[in-house]
Design a protein around this ligand. Structure first.
Ligand code: MN3
Length: 197
């Protein structure tokens, strides 16, 4: 069965007032994410070893294999973007009490969490992702991955929030100012209500 582009959980105009315009979402979801899905389906059709595998299985079986890098990149990006769309909300930014308490316990304060996330996002050289993860010991951490990689592939932990720091995610709204995009994302877009601890 072919992989499919999931519908956005909001309209393409829904996040405009919070710093992600309709054109960004139309291009990012309808063109960029669609292109990853289309490419992935092409690889699956052409390679019998990938047939019938889940997305997670494809990410894991192609991870770190040079000859499978194009498959890994597109599978990883499909996985990352499916999480990314649910990680934003038209009512984003508000942190529920249970998550707030966990952030304070593991980072010292909510601001320290945001600072760590922003550092991960802004020190990822070139394209990639910043993450809030829960590691195997149950502790929350901020990490980063290049290009289409993710915490599933690195084995660092369960991804709770992922922020796309490829330029296509912010250039129309913030031009070259990735730090401003990330600050806005954490304060106004991030769907903390959807994080399950
Ligand atoms: Mn993207």
């Amino acid at each position: 069965m072919a992989f499919e582009l999931p519908a956005l959980p909001y309209t393409t105009a829904a996040l405009a007032a919070r710093g992600m315009c309709q054109e960004t979402l139309e291009l990012h979801h309808g063109k960029h994410h669609q292109a990853y899905v289309t490419a992935l389906n092409g690889f699956v059709t052409a390679n019998a070893a990938l047939a019938g595998k889940s997305l997670e299985e494809i990410v894991m079986m192609t991870n770190g294999k040079a000859d499978m890098a194009p498959v890994f990149n597109n599978a990883g990006q499909h996985w990352n973007h499916m999480l990314f769309w649910t990680n934003m909300s038209a009512t984003g930014g508000g942190i529920p009490g249970k998550l707030e308490a966990k952030l304070i316990a593991d980072f010292g304060s909510v601001q320290a969490f945001k600072d760590a996330f922003k550092t991960a996002a802004t020190t990822q050289f070139g394209s990639g992702w910043a993450w809030l993860i829960m590691d195997a010991s149950g502790k929350l951490k901020c990490t980063k991955t290049p290009n289409g990689s993710n915490p599933l592939a690195t084995g660092e932990g369960k991804a709770l929030l992922g922020c796309d720091v490829w330029e296509h995610s912010y250039y129309l709204d913030f031009r070259n100012r990735r730090p401003d995009y990330v600050t806005n994302w954490l304060d106004k877009l991030a769907n903390y209500e959807g994080v399950s601890l």
